[in-house]
Design a protein around this ligand. Structure first.
Ligand code: 6GU
Length: 224
């Protein structure tokens, strides 16, 4: 999969994909992430990419022309399955969306700044508008990094048995159960006996029960 990201602060996106599972995905050739500097595509003086809003009001708006220059130069060589605009007024991102995107070949993400981007770009080029939650970030970059991480680890072949996505929270609409590792006892705090029993059927039942209980307590909204 290739993910291209258009940004006015490309430096923000240098480190997040260079570690751990996403690094492995890149090293295996399963994921390629390219960050495109929007300022390389403006024809305005001093690499200007934003201007005052028509109608007045505080805050700048990202101009359509640099965005169209950028996307059209990318589209000359890549056909995108989705053009995703990261914006707090988008659809809230969730695991189901991550699963869907992980099966695509080419994604383009547009990071907004200031008061957002000219509506005409949204109308004519964007296919999905996504938010990562009900709070406001200073730009779309960190949201894009969240999507790349959540999507990248689900690309077929990226995870192995040890890191399997099948037992993740949300994968079956339940939160994940508690987990423990060595030592069996620390400061008198013991690992639940059942996990040491070697009885895989009982352990699985315990985990499902714990998942259900945790979901009821913390996220009753996601229970069917
Ligand atoms: Cl995608 N962008 C910004 N700027 N703020 C956000 C967001 C996105 N999602 C939640 N807050």
């Amino acid at each position: 999969m290739k993910i291209d990201i258009i940004s006015v602060v490309p430096d923000l996106l240098q480190s997040p994909f260079a570690h751990s599972i996403l690094k492995r995905a890149k090293d295996k050739g399963l994921l390629e992430v390219n960050v495109i500097n929007l300022r390389d595509h403006t024809t305005y003086a001093r690499a200007q990419v934003d201007d005052y809003a028509f109608g007045g009001g505080a805050g700048m708006v990202m101009m359509i022309e640099p965005l169209v220059n950028a996307i059209e130069s990318l589209q000359a060589t890549t056909t995108y399955d989705e053009v995703i605009y990261l914006t707090p007024d988008g659809e809230t991102f969730n695991q189901k969306m991550a699963n869907g995107f992980s099966l695509k070949n080419n994604l383009l993400m547009i990071c907004g700044h200031y008061k957002g981007i000219d509506q005409r770009f949204r109308d004519h080029f964007v296919t999905r508008e996504i938010s990562i939650g009900d709070y406001v970030l200073s730009g779309g970059e960190i949201a894009a990094a969240v999507l790349v991480d959540a999507i990248g680890r689900l690309i077929p072949g990226v995870l192995n048995d040890e890191t399997s996505a099948l037992t993740d929270s949300f994968q079956d609409n339940l939160l994940a159960p508690p987990v423990y590792t060595r030592p069996e006892e620390f400061r008198g705090w013991k690992v639940p006996d059942i996990l040491l029993s070697g009885n895989h059927k009982l352990i699985e039942e315990w985990r499902v029960e714990q998942s259900l209980q945790r979901t009821k307590e913390r996220r009753p909204d996601i229970l069917d």
